[in-house]
Design a binder for this molecule. Structure first.
Ligand code: SF4
Length: 290
């Protein structure tokens, strides 16, 4: 396949056919993120996307899931997305789900009818990096979105029948802000009613802008034990009305948690408590990765 620069995809798209629709991220300013720093954002020529799909059809016998890269491919107009989705239906009739990264603003820009149209044409999941439910943290990391916009976007996607997979980052507010980050993120999880919630743990590239705050001492990173305390508080405050799958089993996490919220919350809290009392259970720093 033809890819421009490094390619990123959510862990649950590990076996998906990856098709690059945009180059980079349209925002590209979050202080902790270096994924697309070397890329100048642009939308790929649709003809190239179609050629990639045709090449993939010749190369692979099956593609049960397809993921549209890069950053927020959902920023494309429906007109362009439908051309891609219809080509996927034509070439890959076996494809059960097309996934895409989308920002809250991308979702909010679309009408409910446009989101339903995307669902009808194959979009089966939108991955939204919310990072925190704290407005203060969102401003500190230059996310350029409000907590309420993120909640509205998740509810809007779900109302259109598209499962929303929302990611938050442990440790993002450092020692001074972890309690607020945990409480407010728990509140957001309770209010947004996403189908999926994932919790990663902060890992940084030395080129990330946030390193300036860390190097100056303005932001103090959490230890593994403190990350667990933060996750505990976050889960205590997470009580969604609609059951959601909660995963904190990414390579960056110190311990692996998985269950449904709110049903499995007490079991996951007990697992966390056990790890907090037996810190030898935490993943060694050498084995954490993005
Ligand atoms: S975290 Fe997401 S929105 Fe922010 S710069 Fe990175 S890819 Fe773009």
């Amino acid at each position: 396949m033809r890819y421009i620069g490094d390619i990123y995809r959510p862990p649950s798209e590990a076996y998906s056919l990856l098709i690059q629709v945009t180059i980079g991220c349209s925002h590209n300013k979050c202080t902790f993120c270096t994924m697309f720093k070397e890329k100048q954002f642009r939308v790929r020529d649709l003809r190239d996307v179609i050629v990639d799909l045709e090449m993939a059809r010749r190369a692979y016998n099956r593609a049960d899931k397809i993921f549209l890269c890069d950053g927020d491919a959902l920023c494309l107009s429906n007109k362009k997305l439908l051309i891609i989705l219809d080509k996927i239906s034509e070439l890959f009739p076996e494809c059960k789900r097309v996934g895409v990264y989308g920002s809250a603003k991308d979702v909010l820009r679309k009408t409910p009818e446009e989101l339903e149209e995307l669902k009808e044409h194959g979009i089966g999941i939108i991955y939204l990096g919310a990072e925190s439910g704290s407005q203060r943290v969102l401003e500190a990391i230059k996310k350029n979105v409000t907590v309420q916009e993120q909640i509205d976007a998740v509810r809007k996607g779900e109302a259109a029948g598209i499962p929303m997979s929302v990611t938050f980052i442990s440790g993002l507010a450092g020692k001074a802000g972890w309690q607020e980050h945990a409480r407010e993120t728990g509140k957001m999880i309770s209010q947004m009613n996403a189908s999926y919630v994932s919790l990663l743990t902060l890992m940084l590239d030395s080129r990330a802008e946030i390193m300036e705050e860390i190097n100056s001492g303005a932001l103090e990173l959490l230890s593994g034990e403190e990350v667990l305390a933060e996750t505990y508080l976050l889960l205590e405050n997470s009580n969604p009305e609609k059951s959601c799958v909660f995963r904190s089993n990414h390579a960056s996490n110190y311990i692996s948690l998985r269950g449904n919220l709110p049903e499995d919350r007490d079991r996951m809290l007990a697992e966390l408590k056990l790890a907090m009392e037996n810190t030898g259970m935490l993943k060694d720093e050498r084995f954490r990765m993005l």
